[in-house]
Design a protein around this ligand. Sequence first.
Ligand code: AMP
Ligand code: TRP
Length: 332
Amino acid sequence: MNRIFSGMQPTRQLHLGNYLGALRNWVALQASYDCIFCVVDLHALTLPQEPEVLRSNTREVAAAYIAAGIDPQRCILFAQSHVSAHSELSWILSCHAPIGWLNRMTQFKEKAGKHRDSAVLGLYAYPVLMAADILAYKATHVPVGEDQKQHLELSRDIAGAFNRHYDVDFFPLPEPQILGEATRVMSLRDGSKKMSKSDISDQSRINMTDDAETIAQKIRKAKTDPDPLPETADDLVARPEADNLVTIYGALTDQSRQQVLDAQAGAQFSTFKTALVDVAVAKLAPITAEMNRLMNDPAEIDRLLSHGADRAEAIAAKTLAEAKDIIGLLRI
Ligand code: AMP
Ligand code: TRP
């Protein structure tokens, strides 16, 4: 059986990178897989959080999933902290994860920066909790953006280490699914940086809660170069900002970059940006409206998350009990 697991952190707002790199692909996958989508609130604790803001962001990410088209009846949609098996399995897996493997994680190096000694243990252990998220459901496929590839490889290594250590074929090795044209959406202000929630400039990203006027203004101001759109995608290599806008346009209209260029080669960016605003607003406005509608009824979101947690718990608790048996933890 093929099962999908993926998640996003409820840290600030979701943006176009989250949508094109991950969420949009999840929506398409629900037709052919057994899908589990999680709001990974425990992962958010690796950075300082305001309690009220965390609560609201957790609901907002759940609302974004549903507004984008995740069906909470067909899929399991829940918040990580509601299923305690994630934390327990994380401890067990951490005892099978050599420190050398974790030392290689580039995201930790980037996030901890020069202050490695004051970085919290949770930030360092973050990829092990991610492995636990996936393995608790024995998920076979994990749709994520490009930036999560290394974490996924670590999840596979940890699953393999566990299986080998106990000589079992217990955890499937999860496959990353890095799908679509826009696996790495870049900042609108700097084509060498990925679009990110943590960028201090709000102009660098399109948030899923931005209204049409804000989206239009951010795209009009997006950095570009003076040349018109080229004939071939190869000609975009040295033009990261132009490449990014063409990639975004392609992803929003289900076309490859080359297809976009076939229709738009020779256009000036002023013209192309107008077309991009139209497709971005057409795609995002209905999702934003639905998110806002859902956010007006927090009790309903909580009810859906609670229903999802019950269904998730049933699967994860069984995996955890089996893992404990394999390890030799006494069953009473
Ligand atoms: P995060 O916001 O870090 O919790 O990421 C949630 C999902 O969005 C993950 O699958 C990421 O790989 C994906 N993602 C985040 N930023 C980008 C981006 N700039 N481009 C493409 N995918 C992204
Ligand atoms: N680390 C992922 C991110 O920042 C979020 C995440 C946590 C995740 N657990 C996961 C993604 C399990 C896929 C599967 O984007």
